[in-house]
Design a protein around this ligand. Structure first.
Ligand SMILES: NC(=O)c1ccc[n+]([C@@H]2O[C@H](COP(=O)([O-])OP(=O)(O)OC[C@H]3O[C@@H](n4cnc5c(N)ncnc54)[C@H](O)[C@@H]3O)[C@@H](O)[C@H]2O)c1
Length: 303
């Protein structure tokens, strides 16, 4: 029997990289769903494997999950700044779409492993650095709060139903396809992708504030591997893991690694001063470890 899995948000930055990883490292049969709201078909155009089926549609149109053994839930409207303006739209996409999947499981009384893409944004500006999973929650944006609400619903509902889930709290992902020219929220995507794109177009890099904010940048291939390891773990984990590199770079230092043409713009509210993962839990339990230092990625992109 082939293992059937579902990736929601497959045409997005991280979803398309999870797809690549699974096609390369497993023999699984993969269905990917995406409504192309922020993703694009170009992100998966290269994935012509017969084991992959793309469904263009909304997660809310799914009525059964019985054919899948594993669900990778990545579909979201994942941008901090727009979530302050389009609040109900973000609640619908980030909270209710996740709850929709959980409700199907409860209705069908069928509980596939759910690997949920969470976010380190739930820590706000952390009190513990590096930040472990038991850090207090301090959501600085509607987006962060919505990502956290899904985590809490998973936790709460698993006290009544036999849910089987893993939450992966991503730190600052970067890598191939992080910058999608077709995405209306591009200005809020990974700063690494934005800087590289501006540099390639001969434009100055725009650093917010004084650029002293520190980020734990994590390559998307390492995130994809974390998704895979969370999916195959033999135990019902029902817990959250930090998925970050475990080191920081300031935004100004990042800009300097890419270009000397730098300009400063106003600081954005709702964004953390520092993100820095204590990733020891993922190392110990998932046997995951990050493998791509950001300096290697920049070298390959800039040569
Ligand atoms: N990129 C980051 O910095 C970051 C950081 C932490 C967590 N995350 C989480 O990782 C996940 C993936 O983020 P990403 O950076 O790849 O974003 P993305 O915008 O590139 O991908 C999200 C995908 O979901 C699709 N989508 C949205 N709503 C949908 C719906 N209702 N039905 C079907 N498809 C839908 C979009 O079209 C898009 O292709 C999200 O859950 C996000 O919250 C991202």
């Amino acid at each position: 029997m082939p293992t059937n899995v579902l990736i929601t948000g497959v045409a997005g930055f991280i979803g398309s990289n999870v797809l690549d990883y699974l096609l390369q490292h497993t023999d699984w049969t993969i269905t990917g769903i995406d409504n192309l709201s922020t993703g694009s078909k170009a992100n998966i155009a290269h994935a012509s494997d017969a084991r992959f089926r793309f469904v263009q549609g909304d997660v809310r149109s799914i009525s059964s999950l019985k054919e899948y053994k594993i669900i990778f839930h990545l579909a979201a409207l994942p941008r901090i700044q727009p979530s302050f303006e389009l609040v109900s739209e973000h609640i619908a996409e980030n909270l209710l779409v996740g709850v929709h999947l959980i409700e199907i499981m409860i209705r069908e009384n069928y509980y596939p492993r759910l690997v949920y893409s969470g976010s380190s944004a739930i820590y706000g500006t952390p009190t513990m650095i590096p930040t472990p999973e038991h850090e207090r929650v301090d959501c600085l944006s509607p987006y962060a709060f919505q990502k956290y609400e899904v985590e809490r619903y998973l936790e709460l509902l698993s006290t009544r139903y036999p849910l089987d889930y893993v939450t992966l709290r991503y730190f600052n992902p970067y890598g191939p396809r992080s910058f999608n020219p077709a995405n209306k929220f591009n200005a809020y995507s990974s700063v690494v992708g934005i800087f590289l794109n501006r540099h390639k177009n001969g434009q100055p890099l725009l650093v917010t504030g004084d650029g002293s904010q520190q980020r734990d940048f994590i390559h998307v291939a390492d995130l994809a591997k974390a998704n895979y390891l969370a999916a195959i773990h033999p135990d019902r984990l029902n817990m959250a893991f930090n998925i970050g590199y475990g080191a920081t770079v300031s935004v100004l230092d990042l800009a300097k690694m890419i270009s000397s043409d730098i300009e400063f713009i106003a600081k954005r509210e709702g964004e953390a001063e520092i993100t820095f993962a204590d990733n020891s839990k993922a190392r110990t339990i998932l046997k995951w470890e990050p493998s791509v230092p950001i300096t290697d990625y920049l070298k390959s992109e800039l040569q």
